[in-house]
Write a protein that binds this ligand. Sequence first.
Ligand SMILES: *Cc1c(COP(=O)(O)O)cnc(C)c1O
Length: 345
Amino acid sequence: MKPLEQLIRPNIWRLAPYSSARDEYSGHEAHVFLDANESPYNTPMNRYPDPLQRELKEQLAAVKGIPANYTFLGNGSDEAIDLLYRCFCRPGVDNVVAIEPTYGMYRVCADINDVEYRPVLLDEHFQMQADRLLAACDAKTKLIWICSPNNPTGNDIDREEVLKVINTFQGIVVVDEAYSDFSKQRPLRFELPQHSNLVVLNTMSKAWASAAIRLGMAFASPDIIGIFNKVKYPYNINQLTQQQAMKALEARFDVDAWVQLILQERSQMMTAFRQLPICKEVFPSDANFFLARVTDAQGIYNYLVDRGIIVRNRHRVQLCQNCLRITVGTRNENTELLSALRQYA
Ligand SMILES: *Cc1c(COP(=O)(O)O)cnc(C)c1O
């Protein structure tokens, strides 16, 4: 990897961050706080939250097996995605490379930040070839985006190919592991210490059943985390979210049970789906959803909407012609979908 100083935008490298009252004083002994122009009433919500979410990060470190100083917390993974562009990519100058098809936010954030986005098509098994990604890079490529298990295709990306990209590319490789709780593959976040150019994204929105609180994570070297902390809004994670996230972490054995249930349902649902007259192909899944090719994605989508059942129509996505993306729900929800589809004529 190139030295960080050559990868970070020069204005961000030089940036002197805003220093909040809670940054300047963060000890524990004081009991009179007259430093932040807060109201003394309506405790405890009158106080600004911890800008670095230290207590939550310590608890996350225990659950995720990643030290707190390797952790950035954002308002959803979406904040981390946007921050990566703002820290590394000079608008109108730099570019990024990504697998295609994949999660749409990487491209939207590139467009918002006026950064050229270079998609590299997966093969017919939705797999990636490291050499093809690397061939799309030039001296102005700052980030490579890989999502594994990938959305909307559902499959793990070959680990050897991912490691080849990480070991060869001189810039930052972002691996989005939003769905890794559902995969048998060992999460790549455990290999962070060996790879200073790796950023791994996680989220509370999927297996952790907490999409409403908006909490995403980026795991990376302390040097990269330090840059993110400099650029983020001072109080980017509100107090309610920090508290609710700690509650969710306490209930982590519920999460393990939910994941097991979803995996069982996924397997039964995929088997049942293959028997449907409308089904042409069900693609392998390592996530809490699966992609299926059907006879007429738009017609079936509309039919389901009329019955109050919403799936994701991916027909317009490259390599996904006539494909629906189906999230695994409860037994009852899945049964309702399947019986509606059996009646489709
Ligand atoms: C759902 C999803 C996320 C989660 O985003 P949040 O902003 O954390 O809710 C991240 N990456 C991928 C690929 C996803 O599908």
